[in-house]
Design a protein around this ligand. Structure first.
Ligand code: CDP
Ligand code: MG
Length: 187
């Protein structure tokens, strides 16, 4: 149950002055910060971050198809074609400027992290989530402009993603073991 998840304030979040607000939300929920740094991602880091695994392609294509279906459009591209198209945009988006990379630890940290962040599509993200509180971007706006959805923050989507992402962005000596004292009260 004790997990680590990778969270990043994307460059639009940095520009919007939301670094502190995002850290606050993870901290107040009771997760423990075990690594943090500012990075201007290289092309290679960004490509490795959005790895074309079967699981990611499938989930991403599903979300995209669903969003288009709601508009009455049936996408004819394959899952891989959709994922490759979105990935190219994503690499540029992630490399726009420095991001704040973090590792948060806690019980159910991966799923809790996703709840704090909210839906991929900010339009569908409920108030109370980061994406639902600080932006109104949507698949529709993004599509019309030929760019990815700008949603301020990243959080690992699964155990496997979390492991890969933490290894990609942090070395062992950049991660810290320490005791958060209020865990005794909380748990
Ligand atoms: O970030 P999250 O895990 O919620 O979503 P993802 O499926 O892993 O996709 C990564 C990123 O791609 C999203 O955060 C969006 O910025 C972008 N995306 C997009 O622009 N259009 C899509 N149809 C799907 C994802
Ligand atoms: Mg994801």
């Amino acid at each position: 149950m004790l997990e680590r998840t990778f969270v990043a304030v994307k460059h639009d979040g940095v520009q919007r002055g939301l670094i502190g607000e995002i850290i606050k939300r993870f901290e107040q929920r009771g997760l423990k910060l075990v690594g943090i740094k500012m990075v201007h991602p290289t092309e290679e880091q960004a490509l490795n971050h959005y790895r074309l695994t079967d699981e990611w392609m499938k989930k991403l294509a599903e979300k995209t198809r669903e969003a288009f279906r709601k508009k009455g459009i049936e996408l004819k591209e394959s899952d891989r074609e959709i994922a490759e198209r979105v990935r190219r945009w994503l690499v540029d988006y992630l490399r726009e400027g420095p991001i704040v990379a973090m590792v948060w630890e806690g019980y159910h940290a991966i799923e809790i992290g996703r709840k704090i962040v909210g839906d991929t599509n900010p339009f569908s993200a409920p108030p109370g989530t980061i994406r639902g509180d600080f932006t109104v971007d949507s698949y529709e706006i993004a599509d019309a402009r030929g760019r990815p959805v700008r949603n301020i923050v990243h959080a690992s989507g699964s155990k496997e993603e979390a492991e890969n992402e933490i290894n990609l962005w942090f070395s062992i000596d950049e991660l810290f073991d320490w005791e958060r004292h209020d865990w005794r009260v909380m748990h």
